[in-house]
Write a protein that binds this ligand. Structure first.
Ligand SMILES: Nc1ncnc2c1ncn2[C@@H]1O[C@H](COP(=O)(O)OP(=O)(O)O)[C@@H](O)[C@H]1O
Ligand SMILES: [Mg+2]
Length: 351
């Protein structure tokens, strides 16, 4: 069932079009990630959904009822939407208990029970209830912000880059914990991030946003393996884009023949390969011929990054072309090493 529907939504700030006519359906109980570079309009879109901004055009429907268009808006506190912002924006002078209970009625009989329940949900020790935000770690502050957003039992939670201030290990752990809490509560979640790996790992539905528009909407595997265009491909991970001639389900490229997904495509096109489709082995000394399924080259540059290496490889047959890709580290990866490159298809063909 579609819970939230956005239709040709637009928002300008003076001459800047922050959100430029986007449409999206969000299923009840699902997780959507909106990913895009800084300034592409992600926060504006969340603020439109939350009710902190009014659209200049288009509409937002929640559970079948219109909640915003250019003429009228349901106020934020009546939307059943919770929001967690980038910095958590906890009230610094209030305790954890007061922060979480902020939106709850003071005299509500079940207020204390609800606050305890929320602390358990986000796995925070109840001993922390009397602390102030500056006495908590970054990860704990984000959990309090989530508990506060969940206090009034919203059906939708909007997360605006909530993990970006955390360092890597804590970031992954907090993301998993938050995802589990929201899924267990059956809350529909929209996560905004500029981190493509985070978007792919978190969501059922990924929206790639660029300059106020949606470049692509799909499952994580769809958008990664079948990106709409080379810019989307590069945004979602390392992309090796090659010119190709297509014939009978094969692409002929400077890396030899590579199988393609779409057997019906013919003629000139651009294809996409991801680094995990490559294997790079020590060169065996055999010359390339029609019968070999690899391409010979020489490593011209290596950036050692620990688990991976960024390589530049010059191809024997096309010395002017530098193949650049990150591969899992191997002792082989030294400048000057002769290698053979093979590619596991199929490759994606850009339309
Ligand atoms: N209140 C505002 N007034 C003027 N311009 C704004 C305002 N909020 C955002 N913008 C502009 O709108 C664009 C989108 O911003 P934003 O939605 O914050 O992007 P993101 O969250 O993807 O980084 C940017 O060009 C930004 O400068
Ligand atoms: Mg933002």
């Amino acid at each position: 069932m579609t819970l939230l529907e956005i239709w040709t939504l637009r928002k300008h700030y003076g001459p800047v079009t922050a959100v430029d006519g986007v449409s999206l359906a969000i299923e009840s109980g699902s997780r959507t990630a909106i990913v895009g570079p800084s300034g592409c309009g992600k926060t504006t879109l969340l603020r439109l959904i939350a009710g902190f901004e009014a659209p200049d055009g288009g509409s937002i429907t929640f559970d079948g009822a219109l909640i915003a268009d250019e003429r009228s808006q349901i106020p934020a506190h009546k939307r059943g939407v919770g929001i967690v912002s980038q910095d958590g924006s906890l009230f610094p002078h209030l305790t954890v208990e007061q922060n979480i209970g902020f939106g709850l009625k003071d005299d509500a009989a079940d207020r204390k029970i609800r606050i305890s329940e929320l602390m358990d949900m986000v796995e925070l020790d109840r001993a922390m209830l009397t602390r102030r935000p500056d006495e908590l770690s970054g990860g704990q502050q984000q959990r309090v912000a989530l508990a506060r957003a969940m206090a009034r039992r919203p059906r939708v939670i909007l997360l605006d880059e909530p993990f970006s201030a955390l360092d890597t290990g804590l970031r992954v752990a907090t993301r998993k914990a938050v995802g589990a809490v929201l899924s267990a509560a059956g809350i529909t979640t929209v996560l905004v991030t500029h981190d493509q790996a985070e978007a792919l790992a978190f969501a059922d539905q990924v929206v790639v946003m660029r300059a106020g528009r949606f470049a692509q909407v799909g499952t994580p595997r769809e958008v990664y393996a079948h990106p709409a265009d080379p810019a989307t491909a590069a945004f979602l991970g390392e992309a090796i884009v090659l010119a190709a001639r297509l014939e009978n389900g094969q692409a002929t490229t400077m890396l030899g023949q590579i199988a393609i997904h779409d057997r019906n495509r013919q003629g000139q096109a651009q294809i996409l390969l991801r680094p995990e489709q490559f294997s790079i082995l020590p060169h065996q000394g055999t010359e390339d011929s029609a019968s070999t399924n690899f391409t010979s080259g020489i490593i011209t540059d290596v950036d050692f990054c620990g688990p991976s290496c960024d390589l530049a490889i010059s191809l024997d047959k096309n010395p002017d072309f530098s193949l650049r890709l990150a591969m899992a580290s191997q002792p082989l990866f030294e400048k000057g090493a002769r290698v053979q490159i093979s590619v596991n298809g199929p490759a994606h063909v850009f339309s």
